[in-house]
Design a protein around this ligand. Structure first.
Ligand code: PMP
Length: 461
């Protein structure tokens, strides 16, 4: 295969050799990597990354859904340099704070839904979800309802890679490793219409999928349930955009029961939907929102939990010490960079442009791919999109067993200078929010070429 073969034929350079010998790569088959060598990425600008073979790739995944502002922003370098000189590190434990953390918290609160006014900082999205797990249980203890301990999540959800994050997530391939999920977490149906909709209309299926929440609540008992956690649209699960009927029905159900709502905004936060948060896009009123990724556009690791007034009030007024925090909670350099990143998104009108101009264009152009012979469905919202690879559009039969087509398609895509990610046989994109219309045209053109080559590879064109 193009990409793999090129790497295999080449002898390993110094970096690849070091990597093979000593680096244990995340979410990778390290044995296979040792045979082929990893692609070495050495610079990036705008929406493009470059490898050390001189290849230029349009990064339609914005790294891991995070480089919202695009690569190479000098303003972020400058602010990091300044902050490093002034105060490279200090912690927020034990009655201290610093300007970057306080200012960033204020800024985030000003953009979040109005009932959310406190931010607890973490180093990542996984840590944010771990934090939520403890905050929520503590909240119910303080409310005098200590039986309310269980979390309801969804199959095929992604909430991180730590023990709690992976347990909250609904990925079977993660649960298999490390004996997960931990106790106290159950997973309900996902609103994945293409795969599970059967003969239902989108509308009916959305309601049905949402009602599995009520079924689970009745099964476990309201008095035992702490929170429901969900991504507004599933990201790593394959950019699964719920039918329009889904969230209103979830809201109706949650309004009946005293259960907290956690909306995981790690991917969707900071503009991905054309709103600052997807909770605004879907008109949700979360009690807690984990954030990360676009918060700093990935320039430095930082995450957090935006805490709604109800939970914050109880934890703060009644809770005494909250015995939780990370060495790098609100790291000053990361916080200063995040603040500047948000200021740039704001002052350059990036999110309005996504909403009114570039995301409608992306979605329109992406939809054209639905006409391709091996595309069973296209879908998306804002600056995320996905498509389903199939052999037969009517029966939705897949091209090859074990989701092999997705990996092949990814390799062709890479060879064509486009980073698309496979989730099984779903190809997904989540480009930097600064992508221009001309770059969107390039993205779609490369995607078409990639689909053609994939179809030919499987003798379908
Ligand atoms: N939640 C969601 C919705 C995510 O997509 C991710 C990461 N892809 C996480 C949580 C975990 O974030 P991190 O990798 O920063 O721990």
């Amino acid at each position: 295969m193009s990409d793999t073969l090129t790497n295999k034929a080449a002898s390993f350079n110094d970096i690849q050799t070091k990597d093979i010998k000593h680096h244990f790569s995340p979410f990778s088959n390290n044995k296979e990597l040792a045979e082929h060598g990893s692609r070495v990425i050495n610079k990036a600008h705008g929406v493009y990354i470059y490898d050390d073979n001189g290849n230029k790739l349009l990064d339609a995944m914005a790294g891991l859904w995070c480089v919202n502002i695009g690569y190479g922003r000098q303003e972020l370098v400058d602010v990091a340099t300044k902050q490093m000189k002034e105060l490279p590190y200090y912690n927020l434990f034990f009655k201290t704070t610093h300007a970057p953390a306080a200012k960033l918290a204020e800024k985030i609160a000003s953009l979040a839904p109005t009932h959310m006014n406190k931010v607890f900082f973490t180093g990542s999205g996984s840590e944010a979800n771990d934090t939520i797990f403890r905050m929520v249980r503590r909240f119910w203890d303080l409310k005098g309802q200590p039986t309310k301990k269980q979390f309801i999540s969804r199959k095929n959800a992604y909430h991180g890679s730590t023990v709690v994050g992976a347990s909250l997530g609904g990925m079977g391939y993660m649960h298999e490793q490390g004996d997960l999920p931990i106790e106290g977490i159950s997973h309900i149906d996902q609103p994945y219409y293409f795969k599970e909709g059967g003969d239902d209309t989108q509308e009916a299926f959305g309601i049905k999928a949402a009602q599995s929440l009520e079924t689970k609540i009745l099964e476990i008992g309201e008095n035992n349930i702490a929170a429901f956690i969900a991504e507004p649209f599933q990201g790593a699960g394959g950019v699964i955009v719920p039918p329009a009927s889904y969230w209103p029905e979830i809201k109706r159900i949650l309004a009946k029961y005293d259960i907290l709502l956690v909306v995981d905004e790690v991917i969707s936060g900071f503009g991905r939907t054309g709103e600052w948060f997807a909770s605004q896009y879907y008109d949700l009123k979360p009690d807690l929102m984990p954030i990360a990724k676009g918060l700093s556009s990935g320039y430095l690791p930082i995450g957090g939990v935006i805490v709604g007034d109800r939970v914050a009030h109880t934890l703060i007024e009644k809770g005494g010490d909250f015995n939780h925090g990370f060495t790098y909670s609100g790291h000053p350099v990361a916080a200063a960079v995040a603040l500047k990143n948000i200021e740039l998104l704001e002052s350059e009108g990036v999110i309005e442009r996504v909403k009114n101009d570039t995301s409608p264009y992306l979605q329109k152009r992406w939809q054209e791919l639905a006409a391709h012979p091996i595309v069973g469905e296209t879908r998306g919202l804002g600056m995320v999109a996905g498509l389903e690879l199939v052999k037969n559009k009517d029966t939705k039969e897949r091209i090859a067993p074990d989701a092999k087509a997705g990996g092949i398609c990814r390799d062709f895509s890479m060879a064509n200078g486009l980073i698309m990610r496979p989730c099984g046989d779903t190809m997904i994109i989540s480009p930097p929010l600064v992508i221009t219309k001309a770059e969107i045209d390039e993205l779609v053109e490369k995607a078409v070429k990639t689909l053609d080559e994939t179809a030919k590879y499987f003798n379908l064109l």
